[in-house]
Design a binder for this molecule. Structure first.
Ligand code: ADP
Ligand code: TRP
Length: 334
């Protein structure tokens, strides 16, 4: 079995943590615990500043994401769970890396193009340099693997390019080139209202996503209202063709029940979406109810959560501080 050296990943504490975050990222982190030597799971609160309008909620949103990590199965005793802002080395390294990152590379980032909207002149510098801070998050620990959803592949590849650029510029081998680790069947969970859009915390419609904190009634209602078409379900997944909403529901069901999309299609073949929706809602309630209950429990124990984040930050700082010292020496800082 493959052994992975060091994993790092993160989620932005910007709103309701959802099924896409779970199936695309956190569920994979839980599985990777068994085959990796070291793991760091960050709550990227500094990144949240680039898009969040509700900064006053940042501390609580950070705790909620920490609670979600633990409730989903990340063990805080064997992995470091911490807030990015509690390890200042991320920010110092981001500046150092920004001095060797060509603008042309940043101009290619599709997330910036999507988030900046049509009036780029009004976009903030932090949103533009977001991928450099993400590169610093990864490179400060020399993480070898970065498990993320499909939408973050470009950012991790940029981190790899920046690591290479630094090594060449300073003729050193200080940075390991990190790899995006994109696994599982649900690498891109789509909106329940529009199968061409990614399920996201920033979608204005709460009906577009299943939140990890949704109760069973909300889950059943959202699945019932989710967009589908009127054709029956075929035997094979590929025969769904361009029926994006149908593909999304089958993919979610297959992932939750640990089977292939073809097997899930075969299970519902010839039937209508109401049968699939009923079983999908049941599967979601089964998987998410214990997570929701544990999150509520943890969020009532704020001081315990804060302690976990403190211990996590200590572990992270223990790795980051000596590496930053080495980097400062390489670039010749007094
Ligand atoms: P959001 O885009 O909802 O704000 P984040 O940007 O904080 O979420 O993403 C955190 C992690 O969850 C990343 O690894 C990202 O790739 C993954 N992720 C986010 N949305 C989805 C989705 N719809 N499908 C699969 N993975 C996703
Ligand atoms: N940019 C990632 C996202 O939007 C979040 C993130 C920040 C991240 N730093 C990271 C993910 C480092 C993996 C590794 O989802």
């Amino acid at each position: 079995m493959q052994t992975i050296q060091r994993i790092l990943s993160g989620v932005r504490p910007t709103g309701d943590i959802h099924l896409g975050n779970y199936l695309g990222a956190i569920r994979n982190w839980v599985k990777l615990q068994e085959i990796s030597r070291e793991r760091l799971f960050c709550i990227v609160d500094m990144h949240a500043l680039t898009t969040s309008d509700d900064a006053h909620n940042l501390a609580n949103n950070t705790r909620t994401v920490a609670a979600a990590y633990i409730a989903c199965g990340i063990n805080p005793d064997t992995s470091a769970i911490f807030a990015q802002s509690q390890v200042p080395a991320h920010l110092e390294l981001a500046w150092i890396l920004s001095c060797i990152t060509p603008l042309g590379w940043l101009n290619r980032m599709t997330q910036f193009k999507d988030k900046a909207g049509s009036d780029r002149e009004k976009a903030f510098l932090g949103l533009y340099s977001y991928p450099v801070l993400m590169a610093a998050d990864i490179l400060i620990y020399n993480a070898t693997h970065v498990p993320v959803g499909d939408d973050q592949k470009q950012h991790v590849e940029l981190a790899r390019d920046i690591a290479g650029a630094f090594n060449r510029h300073y003729q050193t081998e200080t940075f390991i080139l990190p790899e995006p680790h994109i696994i599982g069947t649900a690498t891109r969970v789509m909106s329940l209202r529009d199968g061409s859009k990614k399920m996201s915390k920033s979608d204005l419609s709460d009906y577009s996503r299943i939140n990890l904190m949704d109760d069973p009634d909300a889950i059943v209602l959202k699945i019932k209202k989710s967009k589908t078409d009127s054709d029956p379900i075929p035997e094979k997944f590929e025969d769904l063709g361009s029926r994006v909403e149908a593909k999304n529901l089958i993919t979610i069901y297959a992932t939750l029940t640990d089977q292939s999309c073809d097997a899930a299609c075969a299970q519902f073949s010839g039937q209508t979406f109401s049968t699939l929706k009923n079983q999908l809602a049941d599967a979601l309630v089964n998987v998410l109810s214990p997570i929701r209950e544990k999150m509520h429990f943890l969020l009532n124990e704020k001081s315990e959560l804060d302690k976990i984040l403190k211990v996590g930050a200590e572990k992270a700082n223990d790795l980051a501080v000596p590496h930053l010292k080495e980097i400062r020496k390489i670039i010749g800082i007094l």
